[in-house]
Design a protein around this ligand. Structure first.
Ligand code: NDP
Length: 304
C-alpha cells in the first residue's frame, strides 16, 4: 500500500524520552510529523536535533500539536501526573485526541485514565511494548494493546512505526496486564538463573560451560540463550532497562493475581527478591544486575 504524503498523516506527539522512549520516538519521526516533550528539556532538544522532531515546552504544547499522543513514562502514576493543570495534556487535547500509553503501567491506572479521557471526548489505549531498546531501534517490538476497537485501529497506524507484532488483547488495561505478566516471568527467570548458575560456579562448574549445556537442554530460556551470554558472562551489564522498573512490573503482576483471587507465591517471592535487589543495587542498576545479589552472597561470579 502506498503511504499518504507526510502532511496527510496523523500528527504525533511523544512524551517520555527515556531509554526506550528515545528509539521509539526516533522510529515515529521517520513516518509521521512528530513533536516531542521530555521532563528534562535537554533530552528533548537532543532528540529534536537528531530526528527533526519539533520540541514542545510543555505537555500541553505537545498535545496541541498532535492527533495521536504517545506516552512512555515509568508508571501509570507519572502518566496521570501529566494530565492536569494549565500546562497538562488535557488542556491541549482537542475533541477526539487519542492517548496511546506505551508505559508498562497498571491496568487500574489505565482504566482511571481512560475514564477521565472518555468523559472529555478523547480515546485511550494502553500499548506497552516488549523487545528492549534494541527492538525499539530495529522496529521489531511486540506491542500489547488494550482498548476499544476503533481506538486500537487508530493507534495501530502509529504503533507500526516501532511494532512488528501488534496484538489487541481486550479492553483498556488488558495490554498492561499482559505486559506485567510477561515481565514477571522474565524476572523469575533472571532470579532463578542467578541463584542456579552461582550455585554451579561454587560447585566447580565453569559458568560458560553451564550456560552452553543449559541451552541445548530443557532448562533453557530467552534469559539463558541471549541475555546471560551477552550481558552476564561478559560482565558488561549494559544499562538498558532499570531493575526498579522490572520490580514495578512484577508488583503489577502480583497485584493482578491478588485482585482476581489467584494464589501467587512465586510472583510474591519474585517481588520480594527484586525489592531487596533494588535496595542493594540502587535505582539506576540494570535489571540483569539482579544476579549480583546471589554472587555477592556466595562470593563467586557468573562470568565466562
Ligand atoms: P527511563 O527510566 O529510562 O526513562 C523514564 C522517562 O520518564 C524519562 O524520559 C523521564 O524523564 C520520564 N519521567 C520520569 N518521571 C517523570 C515525571 N514525574 N514526569 C514526567 N516525566 C517523567 O525508563 P525507560 O525508558 O526504560 O522505560 C519507560 C517505560 O517503558 C517503563 O514503563 C518501562 O517499564 C517500559 N519499558 C522499558 C523497556 C526498556 O528496555 N528500557 C522495555 C519495555 C518496556 P527525565 O529524562 O526527565 O528523567
Amino acid at each position: 500500500m502506498r503511504e499518504p504524503p507526510l502532511h496527510a498523516r496523523p500528527r504525533v506527539a511523544f512524551l517520555g524520552l527515556g531509554a526506550i522512549g528515545r528509539p521509539m520516538a526516533a522510529r515515529v519521526a521517520r513516518l509521521y510529523p512528530l513533536t516531542v516533550w521530555n521532563r528534562t528539556a535537554d533530552v528533548a532538544r537532543r532528540v529534536g536535533e537528531a530526528t527533526g522532531a519539533k520540541v514542545a515546552a510543555t505537555p500541553r504544547e505537545a498535545a496541541e500539536a498532535a492527533e495521536v499522543v504517545l506516552t512512555c513514562l515509568p508508571t501509570s502514576a507519572e502518566v496521570e501526573g501529566l494530565l492536569d493543570g494549565p500546562d497538562g495534556l488535557l488542556a491541549g487535547f482537542r475533541p477526539g485526541t487519542l492517548l496511546v500509553d506505551c508505559t508498562s503501567g497498571s491496568p487500574e491506572g489505565s482504566r482511571r485514565i481512560a475514564e477521565r479521557l472518555r468523559s472529555a471526548g478523547h480515546g485511550f489505549v494502553d500499548a506497552p511494548v516488549s523487545g528492549g531498546t534494541n527492538g525499539a531501534e530495529a522496529g521489531t517490538l511486540t506491542v500489547m494493546v488494550g482498548g476499544e476497537v476503533q481506538d486500537v485501529l487508530q493507534a495501530r497506524e502509529v504503533l507500526r512505526a516501532f511494532g512488528q507484532r501488534i496484538e489487541h488483547l481486550g479492553p483498556v488495561g488488558a495490554g498492561h496486564a499482559m505486559k506485567a505478566v510477561n515481565n514477571a516471568l522474565l524476572a523469575v527467570n533472571i532470579l532463578s538463573l542467578g541463584e542456579a548458575l552461582t550455585a554451579l560456579a561454587k560447585a566447580g562448574v565453569e559458568p560458560r560451560a553451564a550456560v552452553e549445556v543449559l541451552n541445548v537442554s530443557s532448562g533453557r530460556s530467552f534469559v539463558s540463550e541471549v541475555l546471560v551470554p551477552e550481558r552476564v558472562l561478559t560482565g558488561q551489564f549494559p544499562p538498558t532497562f532499570r531493575l526498579a522498573l522490572l520490580h514495578k512490573d512484577a508488583g503489577i503482576a502480583a497485584d493482578l493475581a491478588a485482585a482476581v483471587g489467584v494464589d501467587h507465591p512465586m510472583l510474591a517471592q519474585a517481588v520480594e527478591l527484586l525489592d531487596r535487589a533494588r535496595a542493594a543495587l540502587g535505582e539506576q542498576a540494570d535489571y540483569l544486575e539482579a544476579v549480583k545479589v546471589s554472587e555477592r552472597q556466595s562470593g563467586v561470579e557468573i562470568r565466562g
